[in-house]
Design a protein around this ligand. Structure first.
Ligand code: NAD
Length: 478
């Protein structure tokens, strides 16, 4: 019998309604399991359980919270191969990438176990004689967490761990297509010693469960990662009721390759950044902006390198790229490949679906020579499809890199200190990479973007304290 993934509310496992298949995008005939949908009533119950648990949990000691988070991190790390296998099967990234993501989730819990013991505060001299001023941080309350499917362990980890570390209670809503990873994480948290109601997980449709969470008056803050349309809709709802909100959304990240670059390095950065994890990373390099003098040589080397990339079952050794995560995403990718042709782009590599022994959503890594105004060069695709753009010189490359409504990550490959330094300062992005792929970040430093990619304080590292706490200024007359 296949495994059934359930919601977790107020310390109990709840079956939910009906039975939806949890699809395996590499083998559609063998689903990962099944799950029941939670509805708006269950979502409200989860928020209420979190609200009821908060007063006591908000007074728990930092040591108590640190011990729990540390135990969660240790268990995830000890089981990273098994969790990685589940992730690779359910989401489709390769087994090494999936094990790496599981390990990262474990490290994040351990990082925030330490942060629970280092909650910052300040004491300042008052402008008035005989008065002390203390600035302290307190938990926000009930935090809603809405996550996407592309990092189904790491993204929930980097929201749940700081939320709990700083004394908040949590209602977590995973993306519809990754209930197995969400369940695995919730199952570990359910045995970690958290009082009932402190952590809740509700599996269900965004428009039903997510919306019910956001509308609930007891929700105090919402951390969202996902697409721009969903994020902007949530922002409007949050503004209408004064809800604290943080949004991490899409990207159209540029990788600039200058004429002085090591071209082997540039090709590796481009292939990794644009195509690994099937291009389904918000930090993926979907615009490769190459200086004219090396454009033809770079394009030729990319074609050669892409011909060596192996697409297939992510559990098999030697596979570079797994399937697209869902049929809906595959249809989006194929529609953009069509748009690439329609807009007059030149297909340099790929563009077709791939058949393997099992039925799955496999797609060739695809590269178009494009113009800046083409849709494939402007809109987020979120698949293994990249646009190659020609730049006259560094200044033109920088202007093209910044010519987007997004601002998540920007990369440059160059041996020029002058251009690297200038790019770090002038790229309009929350993260900048020099001689590195745009995707692939450290877990202990801030993560986030500018412009249309993000809203609100940064995630991860010590900067997470900004969103998950509220500041109090206390004056005392001596
Ligand atoms: P999505 O916006 O479709 O869904 C994200 C989450 O929102 C899901 O859990 C979904 O169920 C929920 N949701 C959908 N409609 C909702 C509603 N009306 N109310 C409340 N919740 C709702 O995004 P996705 O397809 O899961 O993820 C892909 C997107 O995520 C891409 O745009 C990608 O760039 C972005 N992403 C961004 C980052 C980042 O940190 N910037 C990281 C990973 C992914």
């Amino acid at each position: 019998m296949s495994q059934r993934f359930q919601s977790y509310i107020n310390g109990e496992w709840i079956a939910g309604n009906g039975s939806e298949p949890d699809e395996n995008p590499s083998d559609l005939d063998r689903p990962v399991g099944e799950y029941g949908q939670a509805d708006a009533v269950l979502a409200a119950r989860a928020v209420e359980a979190a609200a009821a648990a908060w007063p006591k949990w908000s007074l728990s000691t930092p040591q108590q919270r640190a011990d729990i988070l540390d135990a969660v991190g240790s268990e995830i790390l000890a089981r990273k191969e098994e969790l990685g296998r589940l992730l690779a099967t359910e989401e489709g990234k390769t087994l090494p990438e999936s094990i790496g993501e599981a390990a990262r989730a474990g490290q994040i819990f351990k990082f925030f176990a330490g942060e629970a013991l280092r909650i910052p505060g300040e004491k300042l001299a008052s402008t008035r004689p005989g008065v002390d001023v203390e600035i302290t941080r307190e938990p926000v309350g009930v935090v809603g967490i809405i996550a996407p499917w592309n990092f189904p362990l790491a993204i929930p980890a980097w929201k749940i761990a700081p939320a709990l570390a700083y004394g908040n209670t949590v209602v977590f809503k995973p993306a519809e297509i990754v209930p197995g990873c969400a369940w695995a994480l919730a199952e570990i948290l359910s045995r970690a010693g958290l009082p009932a109601g402190v952590f809740n997980m509700v599996i269900g449709a965004g428009r039903v469960v997510g919306a019910a969470m956001v509308e609930h008056p007891s929700l105090d803050a919402l951390s969202f990662t996902g697409s721009v349309p969903t994020g902007n809709g949530l922002l409007r709802q949050a503004a209408a009721r004064g809800l604290k909100i943080q949004l991490e959304m899409g990207g159209k990240n540029p990788l600039v390759v200058l004429a002085d670059a090591d071209l082997d390095k540039a090709v590796e950065c481009a292939v990794n950044g644009a195509y690994f994890s099937t291009g389904q990373r918000c930090t993926a390099s979907s615009r490769l902006i190459v200086e004219n003098a090396v454009y033809d040589e770079f394009a030729a080397r990319m074609r050669k390198r892409l011909a060596q990339i192996k697409v297939g079952n992510p559990l098999e050794a030697g596979i570079d790229i797994g399937p697209v995560a869902s049929l809906a995403q595959l249809e989006t990718d194929l529609s953009y490949i069509k748009a690439g042709h329609e807009d007059g782009g030149e297909l340099l590599f790929g563009g077709e679906r791939i058949e393997i022994a099992t039925r799955g959503h496999f797609l060739e890594p695809t590269l178009f020579a494009a113009k800046p105004e083409h849709r494939i060069a402007r809109e987020e695709i979120f698949g293994p499809v990249a646009a190659l753009l020609r730049a006259d010189d560094y200044e033109h490359a920088l202007a093209l890199a910044n010519d987007t409504r997004f601002g998540l990550c920007a990369g440059i490959v160059t041996n020029s200190l002058k251009h690297a330094t200038h790019f770090k300062r002038h790229a309009q992005a929350g993260m900048v990479m020099v001689n590195l792929p745009t995707a692939g970040v450290d877990p202990h430093v801030p993560f986030g973007g500018r412009k249309g990619s993000s809203y609100g304080p940064r995630e991860q590292g010590r900067y997470a304290v900004e969103f998950y706490t509220t500041v109090k200024t206390a004056y005392t007359a001596a």
